[in-house]
Write a protein that binds this ligand. Structure first.
Ligand code: ADP
Length: 485
């Protein structure tokens, strides 16, 4: 508020204008006044003098108080307008108030003027404070990082901030179709009932303490989002204030962490089983060989040593896989890249059939010779061995396994093909993940810890290669990998 109140007085009688000012001084008001009588003067001073309040006579020659009030209300609605008049019937007075006048004071009871002016100015101040407070709330409402809205009857969104629009794709405004939150909230959300219960409570006048719950909502474009919601009653109303924080990413992450923990648990079970088996074999045979009371037939001794050797190989393989995994996860793989003849490596891998089923037939087909490629020889052979071992391990006795080699633009393409059970579509990407085993493998019909293909993929990635799975026409698996030339 300014230091001195600026009062525009519309009065054609100088003595009355004088009286009015004296009355205001008596009331202790500090003011400057501008006294006008003609219409043009009034209109001019409305802008130039920029009054805080207008006091107007009712009857003026050539310009009446009602017209002045209408102009003032239309042009400066925030300025209080008080009639100071000698005569004005009760009904007329009420009509002027309805039209926008702030108050009226009769000239014969001028003592009321001071308090009337003070009251009118106090109301203006209060209104502007309220407007500022509303503006502040609106700013907070809009700039808070969360999506917020106010819900009324039948979960109609009465107002919403831009965060709400960003989160759910719905704008709320006069030109927008009505949005009902119950159409946005997804029924499969875990705590959706909490939302409905609280909303009903608020509508029936309850729900004073805010509540927090998680719900699933559907964005206008069809995406499902997980949100953390807090809901409270808007004071003095039966509407609810709802704020929503998008936790879709966190939820997904939480799910992944849980799954990882489960997989790690499964892995420990599988790994201990895997290690135990060959140890039991070796221990059983050594005890048997040491026992002087047991006579072992001559022709069995070679078989026993072969079984012990297989078990030791199995253990070496397990330890190698674990060490490789640890290397990949911790320090990264160090490669020793040299230029190698692809055909030679593939032929060598297919010839080394140690530990394979006796009746397995492996065929190598060079569809087009890629010549040389730069690879880590040992790691490359590991990849081939692993894929060939899997082909042997997972396909039935007697069925053929083949390896093809071809030259493609800038790459050598190697495929390991079998006629085994193939891999279900839902598992085809996942078999390259750490510890992942297809359901049947989990039941442990075959040895393995779900690490082989993971290590293979990491080794190929490190050498600039790629691996993928394709089902084969007529059944079986095709594991294909590329290596840059
Ligand atoms: P594991 O050492 O347990 O065999 P891998 O990472 O080598 O683990 O393989 C992951 C899963 O992929 C296996 O559990 C198996 O079910 C499946 N799999 C791998 N190779 C083949 C294949 N040639 N045919 C069918 N299934 C396969």
């Amino acid at each position: 508020m300014r230091e001195k109140i600026r009062i525009l007085i519309l009065e054609d009688n100088a003595a009355d204008a004088e009286l009015v000012q004296r009355e205001l001084e008596k009331a202790g008001l500090s003011f400057v006044a501008s006294i006008v009588a003609a219409k043009w003067e009034f209109l001019q001073q409305l802008d130039v003098f920029d009054p805080d309040i207008i006091l107007s006579d009712y009857k003026l020659p050539g310009f009446d108080g009602i017209s002045a009030m209408r102009v003032a209300v239309a042009r400066k609605p925030e300025i209080p307008f008080i009639f100071v008049t000698g005569e004005m019937g009760e009904e007329r007075a009420i009509d002027t108030l309805k039209e926008g006048a702030t108050d009226y004071v009769l000239k014969q009871r001028l003592a009321r003027l001071g308090p009337a002016v003070e009251r009118a100015l106090a109301e203006v101040e209060e209104k502007s404070q309220r407007r500022r407070a509303e503006e502040n709330y609106r700013t907070v409402f809009e700039t808070t990082g969360t999506a917020m809205c106010v819900l009324g009857e039948d979960s109609v969104v009465l107002s919403a901030n831009r965060g709400f629009e960003r989160l759910l794709g719905y704008a709320v405004g006069e030109s927008e179709p009505e949005v009902r939150f119950k159409q946005v909230v997804s029924r499969d959300g875990s705590e959706v009932e909490d939302f409905y219960r609280y909303h009903r409570e608020v509508l029936s006048g309850g729900g004073t303490d805010p509540v927090f719950f998680e719900v699933r909502v559907v964005h206008r474009d069809g995406r499902t989002l997980d949100v953390l919601a807090s809901m409270g009653r808007l004071p003095g109303t039966r509407n609810s204030v709802l704020s929503l924080i998008d936790v879709t990413r966190e939820k997904k992450f939480e799910g992944e962490l849980k799954e990882r923990a489960e997989r790690l648990r499964d892995f420990l079970t599988v790994a201990s089983h895997e290690i135990r088996h060959p140890i039991t074999v070796i221990k059983g045979y050594t005890e048997m060989l040491e026992d002087v009371d047991i006579e072992i037939p001559e022709d069995m001794v070679a078989d026993i040593y072969a079984s012990m050797d297989d078990a030791a190989d199995r253990l070496i393989r397990i330890v190698t896989e674990l060490m490789d995994m640890s290397l990949i996860e911790n320090d990264g793989i160090e490669l020793d890249m040299t230029s190698c003849e692809m055909k030679e490596l593939v032929l060598e891998a297919a010839t080394d059939k140690r530990g394979w089923r006796a009746d397995r037939h492996v065929e190598v087909e060079v569809l087009s010779d890629p010549g040389l490629a730069t690879v880590d020889r040992v790691r490359f052979m590991y990849v081939l061995d692993e894929l060939l071992d899997n082909a042997d391990k997972y396909s039935p006795e007697g069925s053929p396994v083949s390896v093809t080699l071809e030259a493609r633009a800038g790459i050598a393409l190697v495929s390991v093909l079998d006629r085994g059970p193939g891999i279900p579509e839902s598992d085809r990407e996942r078999v390259f993940e750490r510890f992942y085993q297809v359901e049947d493998a989990l039941n442990h019909s075959q040895p393995g810890m779900g690490l082989g293909l993971y290590i293979v993929k990491q080794l190929l990635d490190a050498q600039g290669g790629k691996i993928w799975y394709e089902p084969r026409d007529g059944g079986g698996s095709a594991f294909r990998f590329s290596i840059p030339k």
